[in-house]
Design a protein around this ligand. Structure first.
Ligand code: FCB
Length: 478
């Protein structure tokens, strides 16, 4: 067995990728993912109230080109067509998210029949076509009214989330088995509250830390509620964005910075959920900033309510330095420098993200080693590239295809070394609203012409379809 995953520098999938991919088992899940705000549009229809992303899009300069989610892929009106497309691509699982303010306007109170009706029809449509629904309750679109009441930095939001989870489960739990509470709490907490580049646009480390604790708490409360309300066994999950943190060089300052980055960017997410504690070194690092995690009695037990699957989203990794551009290791307030840097010399995607499939293998093996016993699914992986459609709208996206092949091979490699990974969902089914980058950055397996809303599968979609078929067929006859 080889131990290195072939790089994605090749323009197309290589024989080495295929050989690894062919070792996946016949019941390995192949899916595609989307999220509500990124594709649905219809933001003011059927009783939906604004989310923090509707508000953020109106802030001048917040989103490239002033783009917003008002129409997006018009999926709200084209859902049956999109489900048919997905099924036609031979994908067995569809990961989508529910818009909280569509099903529970204002974030509290009774269900909105028209809003939940959309997801009710979506689930039925998927099941009718033999596609398994994989439902995410929260993909960043907090109802604006809850933001006005304090948002995730306020503890009450965790309880509102648990109520909402139960309300959605009450209507869909008879048909949906796979439930993911939250998508990437890192982005909600850090991009949204510390770096200010995502909704709600905050810039405070303390708010980010409070938000993350309450996201964890909301997750745990929702798991408990769903588990006790369930009328049949459920597969309960949370999805985290994970990467690796390597020191930029072997100096003590860089090694210590990598440790800090690992505590703040990796263990802060997995430890409370899978171990029932916050890392000691993280607590000490936050104390240097004068920040305490607002833990109350019983919180960690709630947060560590057992889950069945860990969703892993992977795009890229960085290396970490403890020295800033001018060679200084501490800022004027005595806070140690922690700086993420690219590795350099690697191929990059259209977002400038370095392509590092080997790190996906590494991180899956690390999770298996450090947090044994939780099966994983890759709930997102994919790449934005500068697509060039031909006269028929077809995109011959060999670079994206190679990216997907290299990462799927990396998953297979991890499995061969013992990681329990059960599925791979490409991000994304459709080109869509890529948050602060707007519509210019395209991640889809399927091209969307935003003027006509025409959908055209790209080469990568056809490759994934053929690969899924081959794995099922090849493995079935093996
Ligand atoms: C992930 C998000 C997803 C999409 C991809 C590119 O962080 O979960 O919505 O934006 O990145």
């Amino acid at each position: 067995m080889t131990t290195t995953v072939p790089s994605a520098t090749a323009a197309s999938p290589t024989a080495d990728h295929d050989a690894l991919i062919d070792r996946l088992p016949p019941d390995f899940r192949f899916g595609a993912a989307t999220s509500a705000f990124q594709i649905e549009g219809a933001t003011a229809e059927d009783g939906r109230t604004p989310s923090i992303w509707d508000t953020f899009c109106r802030v001048p300069g917040a989103v490239d080109n002033g783009d917003d989610g008002d129409i997006a892929c018009d999926h709200y009106h084209r859902m049956p067509e999109d489900v048919a497309l997905l099924a036609g691509l031979g994908l067995d699982t569809y990961r989508f998210s529910v818009s909280w303010s569509r099903v529970q306007p204002h974030g509290r109170g009774p269900v909105n029949p028209a809003g939940i009706g959309f997801y009710d029809r979506l689930v039925d449509e998927l099941l009718a076509r033999g596609v398994t629904p994989w439902l995410t309750l929260y993909h960043w679109d907090l109802p604006q009214d809850l933001q006005d009441a304090g948002g995730w930095p306020a503890r009450d939001t965790a309880y509102r989330f648990a109520d909402y989870a139960e309300l959605v489960h009450d209507r869909l739990g008879d048909r949906v088995e796979h439930w993911t509470t939250l998508n990437e709490p890192f982005c909600s907490a850090v991009l949204g509250h510390v770096e200010g580049v995502h909704a709600p646009g905050g810039r405070s480390l303390a708010d980010g830390v409070h938000a993350l604790h309450h996201l964890h708490l909301g997750h745990g409360l929702a798991v408990q509620r769903l588990r006790s309300a369930a009328r049949r066994p459920l597969d309960l999950a949370v999805t985290h964005l994970l990467g690796t943190s390597r020191p930029a060089t072997d100096t003590p300052a860089d090694r210590e910075a990598a440790r800090r980055a690992d505590a703040l960017g990796f263990r802060f997410y997995l430890d409370p959920i899978l171990r029932g504690s916050y890392p000691r070194d993280l607590v000490d690092d936050l104390a240097v900033h004068g920040i305490e995690i607002p833990v109350r009695d019983g919180d960690l037990e709630t947060i560590a309510a057992p889950i069945d699957t860990l969703g892993v989203n992977y795009y890229r990794s960085m290396r970490t330095s403890g020295v800033d551009e001018s060679g200084v290791t501490h800022d004027a307030h005595g806070i140690p420098v922690t700086r993420n840097l690219p590795h350099g010399g690697l191929p990059v995607t259209g977002l400038g993200w370095e392509v590092m499939p080997h790190d996906l293998t590494e991180l899956l093996l690390r999770v298996s080693r450090d947090y044994p016993g939780t099966p994983m699914v890759i709930t997102e992986n994919g790449a934005a590239y500068d697509d060039h459609p031909d006269a028929h709208g077809f995109v011959d996206d060999t670079a994206r295809t190679a990216y997907l092949a290299a990462h799927l091979a990396a998953v297979s490699q991890a499995r061969l070394h013992g990681a329990d990974v059960r599925g791979y969902f490409a991000w994304s089914l459709l080109d869509n609203f890529e948050w602060a980058y707007g519509y210019a950055k395209r991640f889809g397996l399927v091209r969307v012409d935003y003027t006509t809303q025409t959908r055209t599968p790209k080469r990568s979609a056809l490759w994934l379809r053929d690969t899924a078929l081959r794995v099922r067929g090849a493995s079935a006859s093996a």
